[in-house]
Design a protein around this ligand. Structure first.
Ligand code: M6R
Length: 609
């Protein structure tokens, strides 16, 4: 979603803002803009399209270097993507950039219109900017004007602000949208996430909702929601800027898939001791895992699919019932929870608006919560009773791959922990499963990643079609859902995922001559059932590409093409199969020449509901 960067320092602000906006591109956007201080006041440029276009425009229009300014990538919510709707917005005296949604902007617009303000864009942001202008004219004090403004806003926001009469200063304030302040000897920053300034510094401050940041080139001050100064402790980034580079790969997505063996191991090692589940780093007391009635896993998109894999593991190994809920549905359905239930929120970014709102709802009900989050110190991580951090490192491609896999391994080790607590598995049985997982990351996963010819061929064949179906049973059905999402989001091919036994209850009417059906059949328990389902669609003309183990002749013999995985144990196969479906989507999108890392209409971090 929208990305914000602000800089004040001794370097050229235009260059730093452009480089920050490039780093924020992965969040998803459709227009960009910036405002910098010049000798003649504030100067703003905007463009519909890419940051590279803004960069070219800046070269022509900004003739003098500036030391301070704000920049923005906009993911359209109110008003279509256009130069007029692009940020910054404001007046002669104040300009702002915004991430979030102002829900009561219509009322405020009416209030301001009655007081002589006109509006050029369709955005809620312009309304907030003009309210700030109005408040500043009345108050003549910037902090007070910011406080008065945000106190009237309903919704979510992170703002970067510059006032014409205070050159060399940037203000920031947030509520329910991410914003950080970066600290360096060469100047200071505000940004939506750390990647925007990681090249320059890994030291940062994390303001709370309502706190106001004031940056100059050599100072960062923070004020509380009432306006009094607040002391903040600086934190250090856990990632360096190299982790957010392509390192010779054609796309971030491919690089991130190839990182899976490492990040799976890193995550596994962080929650095990001698291959045995050990969450004591963040959950010191085992009573947290005891006496659980039902587990509710809440998440969105790919993280929700990792939750489904978790459901399979927990129900199979620990025999605790698990509901997996889409966060945007859960938060509005008046959920029924019992006091001994546990809620697990899974999120790569830790900032997804619906997942966060669902967590806040559960927190009010006094139910124990656990989050599985990749981004250190994110809001979801901070607001859960306990957090388990996945060790994926930064995930830049919009399509989530390695983050999915590490979420799934946390689910596996959690299921093993719960199975121990429930007295379901012996220590030896637990070690057997975790050791074969470890072996899988060392050998099988590398084999899959190094032998992609069949996947590339199958993806290129599929890319010639408009509609694709995925079928599977049990966890293979859940992988099919993830495979379908991955293929849709980056290749724009329409696809649907079905429980293999369910297809004949309606959707099979869509199968025609040569319709691609991807049959995920990695689980021995369902080989015979899957063979029947494959034959059902083949006899209606489908071209079946199966994902199965190398020795699964029963599936291979009824398939038109295969993408194989090694024959690991049932709990490890989802990880190799996940790499296959991710590569399948990647090569399908590549064959179609799509913008793989930044697919249209999508945002990496979905901070609006
Ligand atoms: O940051 P989160 O894990 O909470 O994000 C959830 C979804 O928005 C995310 O998984 C989305 O579905 C991805 N684009 C899928 O590749």
């Amino acid at each position: 979603m929208c990305g914000i960067i602000g800089y004040c320092g001794i370097n050229n602000a235009e260059d730093i803002i452009i480089s920050g906006l490039h780093a924020l591109e992965y969040r998803g956007y459709d227009s960009a803009g910036m405002t910098v201080f010049t000798q003649n006041g504030l100067k703003t440029i905007k463009t519909k399209g890419r940051v590279a276009d803004l960069e070219n425009k800046a070269k022509i229009m900004f003739l003098e270097p500036s030391g301070c300014g704000i920049g923005h990538t906009r993911w359209a919510t109110h008003g279509k993507p256009s130069e007029t709707n692009a940020h910054p917005h404001g007046t002669e005296s104040v300009m702002i950039v915004h991430n979030g949604i102002i829900e009561n902007y219509n009322e405020i617009k009416k209030f301001l219109s009655e007081r002589g303000y006109g509006f050029l864009s369709e955005t809620d942001t312009e309304v907030a900017a003009k309210l700030l202008d109005y408040e500043y004219k009345n108050e003549k004090d910037k902090i007070k004007a910011i406080i008065n403004t945000v106190n009237q806003l309903k919704g979510s926001y992170a703002f970067g602000i510059v006032f014409k009469d205070e050159p060399g200063t940037v203000y920031g304030v947030k509520k329910d949208s991410p914003l950080l302040a970066g600290l360096s000897g060469q100047g200071n920053f505000i940004a939506s996430d750390i990647s925007a300034f990681l090249k320059y510094t890994g030291d940062y401050i994390r303001p709370e909702d309502g706190e106001i940041i004031r940056l100059t080139s050599d100072s960062v001050s923070v004020y509380g929601p009432e306006g009094s100064p607040v002391e903040k402790k600086a934190e250090k980034a856990l990632w360096n800027s190299a982790a957010a580079e392509k390192s010779g790969f054609r796309h971030f997505m491919l690089k991130e898939i190839f990182e899976e063996p490492k990040v799976l191991n890193d995550t596994f090692d962080s929650i095990t001791k001698d291959s045995y589940p050990d969450f004591s780093e963040t959950i010191p007391d085992d009573s947290f895992f005891e006496g659980i009635g039902t587990i509710h896993i809440i998440a969105c998109g790919t993280a929700m699919h990792a939750g489904l894999i978790g459901k399979h593991y927990i129900e199979k190994l620990a025999r605790i019932p698990v509901n997996v809920e889409i966060a945007s549905e859960f938060r509005y359905k008046d959920p029924i929870l019992s006091k001994n239930d546990m809620v697990i929120v899974i999120s790569q970014s830790g900032e997804t608006a619906d997942s966060l709102a669902a967590l806040r709802l559960v927190n009010k009900m006094n139910i124990k919560t656990l989050s599985v989050v990749n981004t250190y110190g994110s809001t979801i991580a901070r607001e859960s009773s306990h957090v388990i951090y996945t060790k994926a490192g930064p995930e830049i491609a919009v399509a989530s791959t390695k983050a999915f896999s590490v979420q799934a391994v946390v689910m596996l080790i959690l299921a093993l922990k719960l199975s121990e607590i429930q007295g379901r598995l012996t220590k030896e049985e637990i070690l057997k499963i975790s050791s074969s997982f470890k072996n899988m990351t060392k050998t099988s996963l590398h084999n899959v990643l190094c032998n992609t010819q069949n996947i590339e061929r199958a993806a290129a064949t599929t890319a010639k079609h408009q509609d694709v179906f995925f079928i599977g049973r049990g966890y293979d059905n859940y992988l099919g859902m993830e495979a379908s999402l991955k293929l849709k989001e980056i290749s724009y091919i329409h696809s649907e995922a079905y429980a293999a036994g369910e297809l004949k209850h309606g959707t099979i009417s869509l199968i025609e001559e040569n319709t691609p059906v991807i049959a995920i059949a990695t689980n021995k328990d369902f080989y015979e059932k899957m063979r029947s389902n494959i034959e059902e669609v083949r006899s209606r003309g489908a071209y079946v590409i199966s994902i199965c183990t190398e020795n699964a002749d029963i599936i291979k013999n009824v398939s038109d093409a295969v993408m194989t995985i090694p024959d690991d144990d049932e709990f490890s196969k989802p990880f190799t199969a996940a790499a296959v479906i991710q590569l399948f989507a990647y090569y399908g999108a590549l064959a179609l020449g799509r913008d793989i890392d930044k697919p249209r209409n999508l945002a990496k971090s979905v901070t609006v509901e």
